[in-house]
Design a protein around this ligand. Structure first.
Ligand code: DX5
Ligand code: ZN
Length: 212
Protein backbone atom coordinates (compact mmCIF):
# COMPACT_ATOMS: atom_id res chain seq x y z
CA UNK A 1 0.00 0.00 0.00
CA UNK A 2 1.31 3.44 -0.90
CA UNK A 3 0.69 6.24 1.60
CA UNK A 4 0.07 9.91 0.79
CA UNK A 5 -0.08 12.05 3.97
CA UNK A 6 -2.50 14.96 3.58
CA UNK A 7 -0.90 18.25 4.62
CA UNK A 8 -4.31 19.63 5.58
CA UNK A 9 -3.66 18.27 9.07
CA UNK A 10 -0.08 19.59 9.23
CA UNK A 11 0.92 22.57 11.39
CA UNK A 12 0.77 25.42 8.84
CA UNK A 13 3.04 27.50 11.07
CA UNK A 14 5.68 24.81 10.64
CA UNK A 15 4.83 23.57 7.19
CA UNK A 16 8.40 23.00 5.99
CA UNK A 17 9.14 20.96 9.10
CA UNK A 18 6.02 18.83 8.62
CA UNK A 19 6.64 18.28 4.88
CA UNK A 20 10.16 17.05 5.70
CA UNK A 21 8.86 14.97 8.57
CA UNK A 22 6.49 12.95 6.38
CA UNK A 23 9.01 12.68 3.53
CA UNK A 24 11.66 11.31 5.89
CA UNK A 25 9.29 8.90 7.59
CA UNK A 26 7.91 6.77 4.79
CA UNK A 27 5.52 8.92 2.73
CA UNK A 28 5.31 7.85 -0.92
CA UNK A 29 3.54 11.01 -2.07
CA UNK A 30 2.66 14.34 -0.48
CA UNK A 31 -1.08 15.06 -0.79
CA UNK A 32 -2.12 18.71 -1.17
CA UNK A 33 -5.79 19.68 -0.80
CA UNK A 34 -6.60 22.76 -2.84
CA UNK A 35 -10.04 24.18 -1.91
CA UNK A 36 -11.54 27.37 -3.35
CA UNK A 37 -14.40 28.15 -0.95
CA UNK A 38 -16.93 27.47 -3.74
CA UNK A 39 -16.88 23.78 -4.65
CA UNK A 40 -16.38 23.05 -0.94
CA UNK A 41 -17.05 25.33 2.05
CA UNK A 42 -13.37 25.75 2.93
CA UNK A 43 -10.40 27.70 1.59
CA UNK A 44 -6.98 26.13 1.92
CA UNK A 45 -3.78 26.06 -0.10
CA UNK A 46 -2.95 28.30 -3.07
CA UNK A 47 0.00 28.71 -5.48
CA UNK A 48 2.59 30.37 -3.18
CA UNK A 49 2.11 27.67 -0.56
CA UNK A 50 2.24 24.87 -3.16
CA UNK A 51 5.49 26.42 -4.39
CA UNK A 52 6.93 26.36 -0.86
CA UNK A 53 5.83 22.73 -0.39
CA UNK A 54 7.36 21.75 -3.74
CA UNK A 55 10.69 23.24 -2.59
CA UNK A 56 10.81 21.33 0.68
CA UNK A 57 9.33 18.02 -0.49
CA UNK A 58 11.59 15.16 -1.53
CA UNK A 59 8.55 13.08 -2.54
CA UNK A 60 6.27 13.57 -5.55
CA UNK A 61 3.28 15.84 -5.09
CA UNK A 62 -0.31 14.62 -5.35
CA UNK A 63 -2.56 17.65 -5.89
CA UNK A 64 -6.26 17.19 -5.13
CA UNK A 65 -8.36 19.99 -6.61
CA UNK A 66 -11.66 20.78 -4.89
CA UNK A 67 -12.43 23.85 -6.97
CA UNK A 68 -14.94 25.17 -9.50
CA UNK A 69 -12.58 26.25 -12.26
CA UNK A 70 -10.44 23.15 -12.79
CA UNK A 71 -8.64 24.20 -15.98
CA UNK A 72 -7.47 27.48 -14.41
CA UNK A 73 -5.95 25.63 -11.46
CA UNK A 74 -4.40 22.86 -13.58
CA UNK A 75 -2.57 25.52 -15.61
CA UNK A 76 -1.51 27.27 -12.41
CA UNK A 77 -0.10 24.17 -10.69
CA UNK A 78 1.47 22.40 -13.69
CA UNK A 79 4.74 24.30 -13.20
CA UNK A 80 5.34 22.55 -9.87
CA UNK A 81 5.44 19.23 -11.78
CA UNK A 82 3.22 17.18 -9.47
CA UNK A 83 3.02 13.44 -10.07
CA UNK A 84 -0.80 13.59 -10.10
CA UNK A 85 -3.50 16.21 -10.36
CA UNK A 86 -7.00 15.04 -9.52
CA UNK A 87 -10.14 17.01 -10.28
CA UNK A 88 -13.74 16.30 -9.26
CA UNK A 89 -15.95 14.91 -12.01
CA UNK A 90 -18.96 16.59 -10.35
CA UNK A 91 -17.50 19.99 -11.22
CA UNK A 92 -16.20 19.41 -14.75
CA UNK A 93 -18.22 19.76 -17.95
CA UNK A 94 -15.44 18.38 -20.17
CA UNK A 95 -13.56 15.73 -18.17
CA UNK A 96 -12.08 14.01 -21.22
CA UNK A 97 -10.62 17.28 -22.50
CA UNK A 98 -9.12 18.14 -19.12
CA UNK A 99 -7.56 14.69 -18.76
CA UNK A 100 -5.76 15.24 -22.08
CA UNK A 101 -4.58 18.67 -20.92
CA UNK A 102 -3.11 17.26 -17.71
CA UNK A 103 -1.36 14.53 -19.71
CA UNK A 104 0.08 17.10 -22.13
CA UNK A 105 1.83 18.68 -19.14
CA UNK A 106 3.40 15.27 -18.43
CA UNK A 107 1.37 14.92 -15.23
CA UNK A 108 -0.61 11.86 -14.13
CA UNK A 109 -4.30 12.56 -14.60
CA UNK A 110 -6.80 11.57 -11.97
CA UNK A 111 -10.50 12.00 -11.36
CA UNK A 112 -12.01 12.33 -7.91
CA UNK A 113 -15.49 11.07 -7.01
CA UNK A 114 -17.60 12.32 -4.13
CA UNK A 115 -19.13 9.59 -1.96
CA UNK A 116 -22.47 9.82 -3.81
CA UNK A 117 -21.02 9.72 -7.34
CA UNK A 118 -21.34 6.42 -9.17
CA UNK A 119 -18.48 4.59 -10.92
CA UNK A 120 -20.58 4.49 -14.12
CA UNK A 121 -19.98 8.27 -14.44
CA UNK A 122 -16.34 7.70 -15.29
CA UNK A 123 -16.32 4.19 -16.75
CA UNK A 124 -15.66 5.40 -20.29
CA UNK A 125 -12.71 7.51 -19.06
CA UNK A 126 -10.82 4.68 -17.34
CA UNK A 127 -8.47 3.85 -20.25
CA UNK A 128 -7.23 7.47 -20.14
CA UNK A 129 -6.90 7.80 -16.39
CA UNK A 130 -3.76 7.17 -14.34
CA UNK A 131 -5.70 7.20 -11.09
CA UNK A 132 -9.20 7.41 -9.62
CA UNK A 133 -9.58 9.09 -6.23
CA UNK A 134 -12.54 7.78 -4.26
CA UNK A 135 -13.63 10.14 -1.50
CA UNK A 136 -14.59 8.31 1.69
CA UNK A 137 -15.77 11.53 3.38
CA UNK A 138 -17.62 14.52 1.99
CA UNK A 139 -14.82 16.75 0.69
CA UNK A 140 -13.90 19.95 2.49
CA UNK A 141 -12.34 19.09 5.82
CA UNK A 142 -9.84 16.82 7.49
CA UNK A 143 -10.67 14.74 10.54
CA UNK A 144 -14.07 13.45 9.38
CA UNK A 145 -15.47 9.96 9.89
CA UNK A 146 -14.87 7.31 7.21
CA UNK A 147 -18.04 6.43 5.24
CA UNK A 148 -18.05 2.60 5.00
CA UNK A 149 -20.72 2.60 2.25
CA UNK A 150 -17.99 3.51 -0.28
CA UNK A 151 -16.27 0.12 0.08
CA UNK A 152 -18.57 -1.71 -2.40
CA UNK A 153 -17.88 1.13 -4.85
CA UNK A 154 -14.14 0.56 -4.51
CA UNK A 155 -14.62 -3.18 -5.13
CA UNK A 156 -16.71 -2.42 -8.19
CA UNK A 157 -14.01 -0.11 -9.54
CA UNK A 158 -11.29 -2.72 -8.91
CA UNK A 159 -13.31 -5.32 -10.85
CA UNK A 160 -13.90 -2.91 -13.69
CA UNK A 161 -10.20 -2.00 -13.93
CA UNK A 162 -9.32 -5.68 -14.04
CA UNK A 163 -11.96 -6.41 -16.67
CA UNK A 164 -10.78 -3.54 -18.88
CA UNK A 165 -7.11 -4.34 -18.23
CA UNK A 166 -6.16 -0.70 -17.58
CA UNK A 167 -3.28 0.40 -15.35
CA UNK A 168 -5.45 2.84 -13.38
CA UNK A 169 -4.57 3.16 -9.69
CA UNK A 170 -7.20 3.49 -6.97
CA UNK A 171 -6.65 6.11 -4.28
CA UNK A 172 -8.93 6.51 -1.26
CA UNK A 173 -9.16 9.76 0.69
CA UNK A 174 -10.94 10.58 3.94
CA UNK A 175 -11.05 9.12 7.42
CA UNK A 176 -8.38 6.51 6.66
CA UNK A 177 -6.72 4.96 9.72
CA UNK A 178 -5.42 1.65 11.08
CA UNK A 179 -9.10 0.79 11.80
CA UNK A 180 -10.14 0.56 8.13
CA UNK A 181 -6.88 -0.07 6.28
CA UNK A 182 -7.40 -3.85 6.08
CA UNK A 183 -10.83 -3.45 4.48
CA UNK A 184 -9.38 -0.97 1.99
CA UNK A 185 -6.53 -3.28 1.09
CA UNK A 186 -8.94 -6.16 0.57
CA UNK A 187 -11.12 -3.97 -1.63
CA UNK A 188 -8.13 -3.38 -3.93
CA UNK A 189 -6.91 0.11 -3.02
CA UNK A 190 -3.38 1.10 -4.21
CA UNK A 191 -2.87 4.43 -2.40
CA UNK A 192 -4.38 5.81 0.78
CA UNK A 193 -4.47 9.47 1.76
CA UNK A 194 -4.42 10.11 5.49
CA UNK A 195 -4.26 13.43 7.31
CA UNK A 196 -5.47 13.50 10.89
CA UNK A 197 -4.51 9.87 11.57
CA UNK A 198 -0.87 10.53 10.64
CA UNK A 199 -0.43 14.01 12.11
CA UNK A 200 -2.23 13.25 15.39
CA UNK A 201 -0.23 10.07 15.95
CA UNK A 202 2.55 10.32 18.54
CA UNK A 203 4.95 8.72 16.04
CA UNK A 204 4.61 9.66 12.36
CA UNK A 205 6.82 6.82 11.15
CA UNK A 206 4.74 4.24 13.01
CA UNK A 207 1.51 5.78 11.71
CA UNK A 208 2.66 5.58 8.08
CA UNK A 209 4.07 2.09 8.64
CA UNK A 210 0.77 0.86 10.09
CA UNK A 211 -0.99 1.85 6.85
CA UNK A 212 1.62 0.25 4.62
C1 DX5 B 1 -10.83 16.21 2.51
C2 DX5 B 1 -9.44 16.06 1.93
C3 DX5 B 1 -8.63 15.02 2.57
C4 DX5 B 1 -8.40 15.22 4.05
C5 DX5 B 1 -8.08 13.90 4.65
O1 DX5 B 1 -11.62 16.97 1.65
O2 DX5 B 1 -9.52 15.73 0.55
O3 DX5 B 1 -7.40 14.84 1.88
O4 DX5 B 1 -7.38 16.11 4.33
O5 DX5 B 1 -7.99 14.08 6.02
P1 DX5 B 1 -8.35 12.91 7.04
O6 DX5 B 1 -7.41 11.79 6.78
O7 DX5 B 1 -8.18 13.54 8.38
O8 DX5 B 1 -9.79 12.51 6.76
ZN1 ZN C 1 -7.62 15.15 -0.46
Amino acid sequence: MLVAPSLLSADFGNLERDVKRVCENGADLVHIDVMDGHFVPNLTIGPPVVEAIAKSSTKPLDIHLMVENNTFFVELFAKYSPKYISFHVEEEKHPHRLIQKIKEFGIGSAIALNPHTRIEEIEYLLPDLDMVLIMSVNPGFGGQKFIPNVVPKIEKLRNLIERLGTETLIEVDGGVSDKNIDILKQAGVDIVVAGSYIFKHSNIREAIESLK
